[in-house]
Write a protein that binds this ligand. Structure first.
Ligand SMILES: C[S@@+](CC[C@H](N)C(=O)[O-])C[C@H]1O[C@@H](n2cnc3c(N)ncnc32)[C@H](O)[C@@H]1O
Length: 194
């Protein structure tokens, strides 16, 4: 992520005051996870729960956070979130206010695993729709790689164009600080049934 994106993420946390944040794609924890944690740290409340599938990255991130000022804020988890999402107790979602998706649809080396034409097979689309099913209030999503061909966020964008309950989703902002940025979208989901 670029510095502009990281600053936007931190400021988003400060303005939304989320009680709980879920993230996929921790990597070393030095990018978006730290931006999210630093927003919570400034607020003085809230927790970040972040998942990483690749053990060497998880180990580094866990070690980094346990030796930092964020040690009581950040909870790191090892696992493939596409599978892990089903194991999370439903109560976890009650106070979840913000979700940042920046994992899946890529190899540990960072190569994308699917093309735009096959977006329907995207792990991020599966994760996004699984999470939405578990939310019985409103939640904000930050989706990275929103504006780039073949990006994980762009697969969710394609999914949103096809669904019937579009009105439940409001795209509040799409950010591209520098022309070379891959794009970050802030979306509000409101479950209208509740
Ligand atoms: C683009 S990087 C994340 C960068 C990080 N958010 C940052 O700002 O530094 C994507 C990360 O997602 C991880 N990942 C890929 N598939 C995953 C999955 N199914 N569940 C959890 N993490 C996954 C990769 O190993 C990689 O570390």
């Amino acid at each position: 992520m670029t510095n502009g994106e990281l600053e936007y993420i931190k400021n988003t946390v400060i303005s939304l005051e989320p009680r709980k944040i879920l993230e996929t794609g921790t990597r070393y924890g030095e990018g978006s996870s730290t931006a999210l944690a630093s927003g919570l740290y400034e607020l003085g409340s809230g927790s970040l729960h972040t998942w990483e599938v690749y053990k060497p990255y998880y180990d580094i991130a866990t070690n980094n956070f346990s030796n930092s000022v964020y040690k009581d804020i950040v909870y790191t988890y090892l696992g493939n979130f596409t599978e892990e999402v089903d194991k999370i107790p439903l109560e976890f979602f009650n106070d979840l206010d913000l979700i940042l998706l920046d994992g899946s649809d890529e190899t540990p080396e960072g190569n994308t695993t699917i093309s735009s034409e096959r977006w329907i097979e995207s792990e991020n689309v599966k994760i996004f729709s699984s999470l939405v099913k578990r939310i019985n209030k409103s939640v904000y999503f930050l989706l990275h790689d929103w504006s780039v061909e073949g990006g994980r966020g762009s697969f969710v964008k394609m999914y949103l164009e096809t669904i019937n309950n579009k009105k439940d989703f409001t795209i509040l902002n799409t950010l591209r600080v520098n022309p070379e940025d891959v794009g970050l979208a802030l979306i509000l989901y409101k479950n209208k049934e509740f």
